[in-house]
Design a protein around this ligand. Sequence first.
Ligand SMILES: *[C@@H]1O[C@H](CO)[C@@H](O)[C@H](O)[C@H]1NC(C)=O
Ligand SMILES: *[C@@H]1O[C@H](CO)[C@@H](O)[C@H](O)[C@H]1NC(C)=O
Ligand SMILES: *[C@@H]1O[C@H](CO)[C@@H](O)[C@H](O)[C@H]1NC(C)=O
Ligand SMILES: *[C@@H]1O[C@H](CO)[C@@H](O)[C@H](O)[C@H]1NC(C)=O
Ligand SMILES: *[C@@H]1O[C@H](CO)[C@@H](O)[C@H](O)[C@H]1NC(C)=O
Ligand SMILES: *[C@@H]1O[C@H](CO)[C@@H](O)[C@H](O)[C@H]1NC(C)=O
Ligand SMILES: *[C@@H]1O[C@H](CO)[C@@H](O)[C@H](O)[C@H]1NC(C)=O
Ligand SMILES: *[C@@H]1O[C@H](CO)[C@@H](O)[C@H](O)[C@H]1NC(C)=O
Ligand SMILES: *[C@@H]1O[C@H](CO)[C@@H](O)[C@H](O)[C@H]1NC(C)=O
Ligand SMILES: *[C@@H]1O[C@H](CO)[C@@H](O)[C@H](O)[C@H]1NC(C)=O
Ligand SMILES: *[C@@H]1O[C@H](CO)[C@@H](O)[C@H](O)[C@H]1NC(C)=O
Length: 692
Amino acid sequence: MELLPLWLCLGFHFLTVEWSNRSGKVTAASQGGCKLVNGVADCRGQNLASVPSSLPTYFQTLILDANPLKTLWNHSLQHYPLLESLSLHSCHLERIGRDAFQEQAHLHSLALPDNSLSESYKETAAAFHSLKGLRRLDLSGNSLSEDMVALMLQNLSSLESVSLARNTIMRLDDSAFEGLGHLRELDLQRNYIFEIEGGAFDGLTELRHLNLAYNNLPCIVDFSLTRLQFLNVSYNVLEWFLASGEEAAFELETLDLSHNQLLFFPLLPQSSKLHTLLLRDNNMGFYKDLYNTSSPQEMAAQFLLVDGNVTNITTVNLWEEFASSDLADLRFLDMSQNQFQYLPDGFLKKMPSLSHLNLNQNCLMTLHIQEHEPPGALTELDLSQNQLSELHLAPGLPSCLRSLRSFNLSSNQLLGVPTGLFADAGNITTVDLSHNQISLCPQPAGLDLMGPPSCVDFRNVASLRSLFLEGCGLRALQACSFQGTALTHLDLSGNWGVLNGSIAPLEKIAPTLQVLSLRNVGLSSSFMELDFSGFKNLKNLDLSGNSLTSFPRFRGSLALQTLDLRRNSLTALPQRAVSGQLMRSLRTISLSQNPYDCCWVEGWGALQHLHTIADLAMVTCNLSSKVIRLVDLPRSMPQDCKWERVDMGLLYLVLILPSCLTLLVACTVIFLTFKKPLLQVIKSRCHWSSIY
Ligand SMILES: *[C@@H]1O[C@H](CO)[C@@H](O)[C@H](O)[C@H]1NC(C)=O
Ligand SMILES: *[C@@H]1O[C@H](CO)[C@@H](O)[C@H](O)[C@H]1NC(C)=O
Ligand SMILES: *[C@@H]1O[C@H](CO)[C@@H](O)[C@H](O)[C@H]1NC(C)=O
Ligand SMILES: *[C@@H]1O[C@H](CO)[C@@H](O)[C@H](O)[C@H]1NC(C)=O
Ligand SMILES: *[C@@H]1O[C@H](CO)[C@@H](O)[C@H](O)[C@H]1NC(C)=O
Ligand SMILES: *[C@@H]1O[C@H](CO)[C@@H](O)[C@H](O)[C@H]1NC(C)=O
Ligand SMILES: *[C@@H]1O[C@H](CO)[C@@H](O)[C@H](O)[C@H]1NC(C)=O
Ligand SMILES: *[C@@H]1O[C@H](CO)[C@@H](O)[C@H](O)[C@H]1NC(C)=O
Ligand SMILES: *[C@@H]1O[C@H](CO)[C@@H](O)[C@H](O)[C@H]1NC(C)=O
Ligand SMILES: *[C@@H]1O[C@H](CO)[C@@H](O)[C@H](O)[C@H]1NC(C)=O
Ligand SMILES: *[C@@H]1O[C@H](CO)[C@@H](O)[C@H](O)[C@H]1NC(C)=O
């Protein structure tokens, strides 16, 4: 390290200290654009056409990413014999000289992603032969076929991790990974693999982590990689997954089969350590109806395996195979986006450790909650977007959902839930019942105790914190609906009239609420201002889509950070928002889609300067018949408004003048008509007087 200051003194003009510690010690320098820090030479994107040869020789890590090298010449790395890690990401590499790594005895990590190594792969393969200690190799994105890969990896027996992602591999046979006895991690993502011959991975006795995502595999049968811990086969076209029938103990912990075309629940090893099973977005279901049998025990499937001209038919009894698979350690099960219409009795019983179950977007119609189903360890249950119209709770069960924390039932067809369901779930914090046509207990007159549950009771669910009831068609809330809860999040949006014009029904939970959503509930402030002063901890309030004509009141409420007042009937700018305590806590306010009067937006500037208006560009106001964006409003607005008032005076004058004129003319005419007989009278009198 003493060399470095010396170098600096020797007066390479271009040598600059780019990166120095506040403490004054120079730990970084740069040369020809390369940053030199603690044994790492970082020459990313310096437009280098060759490996720089003038860097100090002690570097262990050399990063040459994004330089147009094209060729890695023989011996071009000879100045860096201590190199342990070399990165050549996106270097347009087509050729690597067979002696390029001759001096790199210590190299254990080589990254070559996004190059064109398929161009002269034979020479490249030969170059790799001198890397006797290589442990990590990244060849992703090089347009390599399976033959090229086989040649390049030949005899690299020290390898522990290889990435072959984004290449053009189509099939794997038993020669592909010969002699890679230490390989632990293999990434084959985003190739075109449609076939894996039996035995292709046989030599990989240490393999733990295998990624085959985004390929074209149609099935996995006779899966027998007992040592594997992680297998990712998502985004393929799998229709079957069948583990070998052997009783061997599998080490498998995580299996990702999501985004495939599986028809049946995968038939898993009889003994494994599986804790995560991901089956999202397949075509799975249980087919009791199809089989027309009373018990699932009789369900069998025949697998037709065609291999060349040999056709092998394997008959599998689905239920027995499922029953023999080992799911005792399973904690996370994602079966969302499938075709499940029901879960067979005993299905969930096999998973006593299950803590997360996702059944979102299936076709479930009823669910029976009974002993050990779902298992007592369950903390998160997602049944949203099904067709559930009934939940059954086996009577007399002592808190079968005792560990449950989050229960998502949104977008179903529930009218209610069994009495005591939530009250018994002593740990429950989050319930989502949005988009079900429920009503809250107690019902008005006519409560039917015998039929299916017809209401939902949240009273005295002491652990409940977040409750989502959007679009439930709720009728006017009663003051006691949430009594005995300490809700922090409440969503009542889209229940028109749920508050019956005032927020009084929320008074009891007001002190604890932090997030309150009252979108489209038909609130108005025509009779009385809404007063949120009792909501001491409220941070986020959504009042959009109501008919508020005045700004709500927030006396003493200092925690409010987000306020949404869009789509209301506000005509004047909320002066109070600008002033006082509210502004100190408020971070975001949304005000657009209100019919503001442009003449009543004084103080707008103050709001604008605080940068808290999220939708400033969309706020408009009305000036007589025009709609103007507030940001386009001229500064001389008050004068314009005076003109506006003068205009109005003129208008009145113009309107009144003709009426006055008409009146005047009318008076004259009347006067004249009356005047005539008078004259006649006088005349006649005169006439009479002049008779003599
Ligand atoms: C100084 O450099 C050392 C070693 O790189 C680093 O751990 C430390 O955080 C740096 N200090 C400052 C202030 O940058
Ligand atoms: C590297 O040297 C070999 C001879 O040892 C030669 O055949 C090859 O063309 C050279 N490759 C490059 C890229 O210079
Ligand atoms: C690989 O190793 C085997 C024996 O270990 C040897 O026969 C073969 O020649 C080697 N291949 C290459 C290309 O070095
Ligand atoms: C499997 O691979 C896909 C694609 O890379 C990725 O999105 C997914 O998260 C992986 N699964 C697991 C369990 O890591
Ligand atoms: C299903 O079973 C019932 C009686 O159990 C029978 O009447 C019916 O025909 C069967 N349907 C089919 C498709 O086998
Ligand atoms: C299957 O094909 C192989 C050659 O590919 C042939 O030798 C064999 O006789 C064929 N078997 C049958 C049953 O046709
Ligand atoms: C058919 O499959 C069974 C079970 O997988 C296997 O034991 C048998 O050898 C296979 N037969 C042929 C002809 O492949
Ligand atoms: C419940 O599920 C729906 C649909 O899958 C989702 O949009 C919503 O965010 C979930 N609710 C909670 C509280 O996570
Ligand atoms: C909460 O969950 C824990 C762990 O499952 C359980 O032991 C405890 O009894 C539950 N609490 C209540 C009040 O049910
Ligand atoms: C709604 O409010 C009106 C008057 O404010 C009251 O007469 C009526 O009873 C309320 N309705 C319910 C269901 O509470
Ligand atoms: C403001 O303009 C909009 C759009 O022309 C109109 O619908 C609204 O009634 C006007 N409001 C007032 C107070 O003039």
